[in-house]
Design a protein around this ligand. Sequence first.
Ligand SMILES: Cc1cc2nc3c(=O)[nH]c(=O)nc-3n(C[C@H](O)[C@H](O)[C@H](O)COP(=O)(O)O)c2cc1C
Length: 364
Amino acid sequence: MTAKLFTPIQLGGVTLPNRVVVSPMCQYSADDGSMTDWHLMHLGTMACSGAGLFVVEATNVTREGRITHGCTGLYSDHNEAAMARAVQVYRGITTRPIGIQVGHAGRKASAQVPWIGGKALGRAESPWETVAPSAIAFGEGWHVPRELSKEDLRQLLDAYVGAAERSKRIGFDVLELHSAHGYLLHQFLSPLANQRTDEYGRNRMKFPLEVAQAMRDVWPRERALGIRINATDWMDGGWMPEDAVAYAKELQRIGFDFICVSSGATVPHAKIPAGPGFQVAFAERIRNEARINVRAVGMIASPQQAEDIVASGKADMVAMARAFLDDPRWVWHAAERFGVKVDYPPPYARSHPSLWPGAALKQN
Ligand SMILES: Cc1cc2nc3c(=O)[nH]c(=O)nc-3n(C[C@H](O)[C@H](O)[C@H](O)COP(=O)(O)O)c2cc1C
């Protein structure tokens, strides 16, 4: 019997050839939001991976929305041209779908890249003013953000639409809204970050749902539209799994094609019981209660673990991040294990294990 992991799945108008997704991963290697040669290598590598979908890193809708100086954006023509060049590399290698995650870091913007320390930028590191639903810092030592006015929110909505239009022109198959991990949209959702007294605080889903609706209005139905959300903040008084279910139902009603279910990163001091597949049960609950395709993520690493998650109906897809950095050929090896044939890029075809034992080595 074919492994469920290697069966196709339809998301909106896009068919993923298998259910393994390369999770969005910031590369912190952009120049004023524009992809660089590093991204050509990264997208080229992931294009060879055989994954059903590769999602480009959190790409910010404004310059101020970047997490770090090295984060990608889609706020300028130059950003768009640089990303189009990288996507062209991907398309030159594979016909498999490619997606992009769009977001805004809000109060978690203006930070160092992780390998420098990942803290708020110091005075000598060209920091910038951050914005958020309320003037509450992410944690100790972090910038206190400026509270967004209603006019700011109107402009931000335009920025999200602008980034979606650019993504459409670049030719992405999938648009994924970043509404997780304590970034701007999630800051609106979480009572730990949103203490506004206006309608955007009384109804914390209001702004995220306005953005979600705007994305649905602008993103073609023949492509696919998804979102990454948090199932929980892992904090008393924070965003809870019931809230996530209610949010997911609204997203399903708006017409989203899938939800990726993650958690944490709203505040730095949350205690997260991370372990293998620790977020899968949240994905399963959202799948059952909101009746939408879900993607599970978080400490999924082995082919059997991934197969068990989709075969048992807990999730429709799995996303993996670190496993793909460690082994960009993860899908090839999983396919080998389940006896499934996947197409290797022709120049690499001779690496297939079936051609090793006893096969004549052609020396050329
Ligand atoms: C280097 C790196 C960059 C990441 N960047 C993003 C990102 O851009 N957007 C996002 O939603 N999650 C990001 N994440 C989180 C991953 O997508 C994923 O949810 C998390 O690493 C858990 O999955 P894993 O256990 O398979 O690594 C990043 C993770 C890593 C390791």
